[in-house]
Design a protein around this ligand. Structure first.
Ligand code: F6R
Length: 604
């Protein structure tokens, strides 16, 4: 959520700052801006909307210097216009910020003798530092004093007029990394922004702040003690992910799934022994409960995992939305295992839940795609999904890899607790190994689903129904549709509809029914008939056996390859992803960067 980057060096920085912003655009794309010291004088350029708007402005009126900071914004306080775009200036100070300053109103009142130009929470930080400079403080003291006044979450980059060899930065609650170059230093919201500039990164810890010069960096902790932090070498800066011949990153990422699921499996399943293969420190034999915490799509992966862990391993599972978890003061036992599920590994609420459990003495694991993320670094056990960079804001390949890893974890739990026989273990492992091939087959339905999406895209609202482990896939299907096509959609447990929402069904209301031919098939089909008889337009997602038993009950039918019940939710996911994608394309929305969203949600 908001991306920041800074460079202090010996050659012009603007082009590299803008290049870094492009790598960070997934964090927000409401507006962007860059500020430099041009011969010691603060100059900036800012633009509403995506980074190409900033590039166009820079082309007309270039600003440059050998020190600079830049920002891509996901708006929290203040509408996403140019005035509210970062960098914000106050007197001699320019600042970029990721996070939320919670006490900004109080500080604004204290500084009421100053003129505020924006509606943002961030502007107070620039004013505070400038105020202290005006009172005679040295830049380093002014910055450190300002930090002590600010409450909330922040990652800052700050430059000061006339101080051409110093960038100030700080982190509390929002991630920030430093990059060590050759005669240059960098700061960035994440490794993604910096790997093109250097492979030597330092991850600041909570409360750390730092002063960077072209040839040095000094880090301080929250009590202003000088501290050393480890330099991590990031192997080979990844090239910016390319769309290749695909129209959108989302489409490319959906098509990568046979390969990405395969990569996830190599980490967790031993194909020769047909058994799970887990890190030694992950011991399920003694735990009394698994607590899975996540947000959005990642949380739906956790909900599917609840079915797996409980049915296969006999372990109780609590799944909760991260933003609710710690505030309901959950009862925790030291024998529980906490699993944070997060593509980015930076989601503020999920990270807070992880810290909450760690503090309570619960063993923590983080199932993440980004292994350099804060969650991966802070959890007791970091579990990679290896899906590769996911650029489309709507999560696709990360979701199916999360599911795959969680399925393998549930198998590991079942094995270590003696809940499955050797044959059952081999059967489940084999089902997982076959998944990439089935996903590939499911992707062949692309054209068929595209054709269905044409009618579907005219809908104002839709329902997704399922039973058992298909319920979270119904939620995920509805979420995918909402976020990229802007059509209202809800997912429901099929048996729950008649307890209220069925009142919304009228002639032509689209209902997507997820019903693989499993033990709940007949019950789901009864629910299908309840809505069909009230005029719903049914799109049935089933498998070859299911299709044989449903005749012409549905208006449209998507026939997925037959899969083991264990992995069926992974296969159904492909259908709902393709349906949402093609609907959005028909409607002409910005599929990869839908309105109001950001890929990495680092504020509460
Ligand atoms: C939806 C989507 C989001 C994320 C959620 C959690 O397509 O991508 O709902 O799943 O914001 O993000 P991570 O997994 O990075 O914690």
């Amino acid at each position: 959520m908001c991306g920041i980057i800074g460079i202090v060096g010996h050659t012009d920085v603007t082009e590299r700052l803008v290049d870094g912003l492009k790598r960070l655009e997934y964090r927000g794309y409401d507006s962007s801006g860059v500020a430099v010291l041009d011969n010691g004088t603060l100059k900036r350029q800012r633009a509403e909307g995506k980074i190409k708007g900033l590039e166009a402005k820079l082309e007309k009126e270039h600003v440059d210097g050998q020190i600079g900071i830049a920002h891509t914004r996901w708006a929290t306080h203040g509408v996403p216009n140019e005035t509210n775009s970062h960098p914000h200036f106050s007197g001699r100070v320019g600042v970029v910020h990721n996070g939320i300053i919670e006490n900004f109103l109080g500080i604004r009142e204290e500084l009421s003798h100053r003129t505020f130009e924006t509606e943002t929470d961030t502007e107070v930080a620039a004013h505070l530092v400038d105020e202290y400079l005006g009172q005679g403080d040295k830049p380093i003291d002014a910055f450190s004093k300002a930090l002590k006044k600010l409450k909330g979450a922040y990652a800052f980059g700050l430059i000061i007029d006339g101080h051409t060899d110093q960038v100030f930065c700080a982190r509390a609650g929002s991630p920030l990394a430093l990059g060590v170059g050759d005669g240059e230093m960098y700061l960035g919201s994440d490794a993604m922004a910096l790997t093109q500039l250097t492979s030597n990164l330092i991850y600041l810890e909570e409360g750390d702040w730092a002063v960077l010069t072209p040839t040095s960096y000094q880090i301080y902790d929250r009590d202003d003690n000088k501290v050393e932090r480890e330099v991590t070498i990031i192997a080979g800066g990844p090239a910016m992910a390319e769309k290749g011949n695909y129209r959108h990153f989302m489409l490319k990422e959906m098509y990568e799934q046979p390969e990405t699921i395969g990569r996830t499996l190599t980490n967790y399943i031993d194909e020769y022994r047909l058994a799970s293969d887990m890190p030694a420190e992950l011991d399920f034999s003694e735990i009394d409960r698994v607590i899975i915490i996540a947000c959005g799509t990642a949380c739906y992966a956790g909900m599917v995992a609840k079915y797996w862990f409980e049915q296969i391993a006999g372990v109780a599972v609590d799944v909760d939305i991260a933003s609710e978890f710690r505030y309901r003061k959950p009862v925790l036992s030291p024998k529980s295992l906490f699993i944070a599920v997060s593509q980015s590994g930076e989601t503020a609420d999920t990270l807070a839940a992880l810290r909450y459990c760690k503090e309570a003495g619960v063993k923590t694991a983080a199932l993440v795609n980004v292994m350099t993320s804060t969650m991966a670094r802070e959890a007791d056990i970091a579990l990679p999904i290896n899906a590769g960079p996911e650029i489309g804001v709507a999560s696709t390949k990360a979701f199916t890899s999360q599911l795959t890893a969680l399925a393998a974890l549930s198998l590991a739990a079942a094995t270590s607790r003696g809940a499955v026989s050797e044959d059952e273990q081999h059967d489940l492992a084999t089902a997982l190994i076959k998944t990439p091939r089935l996903v590939k087959q499911a992707l062949r339905l692309d054209d068929e689903i595209e054709a269905m999406a044409f009618e579907f895209s005219k809908s104002k609202s839709a329902f997704y129904l399922g039973r058992g482990s298909q319920v979270p896939i119904a939620f995920e299907g509805a979420l995918k549709l909402k976020e990229i096509s802007y059509i209202h959609a809800e997912g429901y447990a099929a048996g729950e509809l008649k307890h209220g929402p069925i009142a919304l069904i009228e002639d032509g209301t689209p209902v997507i029914v997820l019903a693989p031919y499993d033990e709940l098939f007949e019950k789901t089909i009864s629910n299908l008939q309840e809505v069909a008889s009230r005029g719903a337009y049914i799109i049935l997602v089933t498998d070859e056996n299911g299709a044989k038993h449903t005749g012409d009950m549905a208006d449209e039918i998507i026939v997925l390859p037959t899969a083991h019940d264990f992995v069926a939710p992974i296969i159904s996911t492909i259908a709902v992803q393709l349906l949402a994608y093609h609907t959005a394309v028909h409607l002409g929305t910005d599929v990869d960067q839908p309105r109001n969203l950001a890929k990495s949600v680092t504020v509460e």
